[in-house]
Design a protein around this ligand. Sequence first.
Ligand code: NAD
Length: 329
Amino acid sequence: MRLAFFDTKPYDIAGFERYAIPAGIEIKYYEPNLTPDTVSLAAGYDAVCVFVNDIVNAEVIQKLYESGVKAIVLRCAGFNNVDIKACQRKLRVFRVPAYSPHAVAEHAMALLLTVNRHTHKAHNRTREFNFSLQGLTGFDLYGKTVGIIGTGKIGRVFANICRGFGMRILAYDKYPDPDTGLDYGELDELFAQSDIISLHCPLTEETNHLINADTISQMKDGVVIVNTSRGGLVDTEDLIQGIKTGKVGAACLDVYEEEGDLFYEDFSGDIVQDDKLVRLIAMPNVIVTSHQAFLTKEALDNIASTTVNNLVSFFSGNPDLNTEVTFQR
Ligand code: NAD
């Protein structure tokens, strides 16, 4: 079995080789993303392996199908970048539904602690022997209310972490699960009462720009918004306006709606043309990371083993229906 692997980073290779070689999978690692321009690289392969910013639209899917590719294996949980409807009767799609909810939830808390206690700034200061504390005041997380939108695998771990900090948790989910023991409410209550709002739901048509001027206006003054889910959940322009007026006290962003052409690459020697992202990064109360919440050793290992298992089970005629993504009307 031959696999074309797109958007390869050095840290992907060792983990995948560990599982692919014993399974008899030959992998060709391509650095570029899968896009309409690069899809021809997949010709002659049985499957393609893609990540969060590969473009798997109807055009790409048709070309993959015509070149004999039979399956798309996503090495991530979210699949908003794949046109699942266009895959019907052409390509089977598999993902890694859970590789480490702890990795993402812990990163969300790391961002929240950083932006609140300014540890990134303190570190820079002390490296220059500047021991002033001016401007580094934070607030206790203890006793604060955190609103968690999406209480699946990651949202639940984040809730547990917040519980450990002595925070009050308000939850919202389209499909609330009473077994979580979480205090569920309506979105408007969550917006009105939360000091911190953390997003852990998928990006869908319904959740696109869930955080916008209207919803921000319903929030508490000084609210902290944490997004480790998908950039499209937040209307970036509206977030910037909210921060400029002081309504939003801080933002922690591991994802950004226009991240596709930027994240995972080094532009340190370039003039970045995305003015919204530049504005956000320039704000003292915003912290941006480059979609790295998944990046732990444990998560990388689980991603590789599940992806290889998805391939082996599909090509041996026993596809794993728990990891398959199918079109839902
Ligand atoms: P999950 O499927 O276990 O949980 C998602 C939850 O969102 C479910 O409980 C679901 O009912 C709920 N939901 C669905 N539609 C909703 C809506 N309209 N409003 C509110 N809630 C809704 O997924 P997960 O593993 O917890 O992952 C959550 C998201 O985190 C993924 O969709 C992905 O986009 C993102 N993610 C980001 C990274 C990263 O590196 N930053 C890594 C993994 C996952």
